[in-house]
Design a protein around this ligand. Structure first.
Ligand SMILES: [Zn+2]
Length: 170
């Protein structure tokens, strides 16, 4: 099996990729920014094999990007929430979304500064307020005419404007 660490690389990028470089990991983190918190919701939205999802979530908890908290609605189950270290990935996440949208496939969602409604520029900044809002100050909604390709509960809950990190009502 291919290892996931780069022991001979004295480089912060290599260390970061050891944590977020595996298939599915960044999509799980993206969904956590969208407010997805339950195992079943990640699974429904990502169509990811359960064993892989469990492994990735365990690894993200072990690395300190997600934390498990008791689920008040289901005793014995857990919710997954981004830690400060996980939330710190927002600028990298936005930069990757921007790159993908420019060079691969126009992003299906837009991101706005919640305080003023201005769509963020490619650097993740609000030109109106001259600042780069943190994820908790950002609203996302589907680009006009998009966001209808999936009909799982998470995709449906994301059809309207939604503030990042706010728990998703599914
Ligand atoms: Zn603004």
């Amino acid at each position: 099996m291919l290892g996931k660490d780069y022991i001979d690389q004295d480089c912060a990028l290599a260390r970061a990729l050891e944590v977020v470089g595996e298939r599915w990991t960044l999509l799980i983190i993206r969904d956590a920014f969208f407010g997805v918190r339950r195992f079943s919701e990640f699974q429904a939205h990502l169509d990811i094999p359960k064993a892989v999802l469990a492994e990735r979530l365990n690894s993200l908890v072990a690395e300190g990007l997600l934390e498990r908290v008791p689920d008040p609605a289901h005793s014995g189950r857990h919710l997954y929430e981004l830690t400060e270290s996980g939330r710190d990935l927002w600028p990298a996440m936005h930069a990757l979304i921007t790159w993908g949208s420019r060079h691969r496939h126009l992003n299906s969602r837009v991101y706005m500064h919640a305080a003023c409604g201005t769509v963020l520029d490619e650097d993740g900044r609000c030109a109106n307020c001259d600042l780069a809002p943190g994820p908790e100050e950002i609203l996302t909604e589907p680009r006009k005419g998009r966001g209808r390709s999936r009909s799982d509960p998470v995709a449906i809950a994301l059809r309207g404007p939604h503030r990042l990190l706010e728990p998703l009502e599914t």
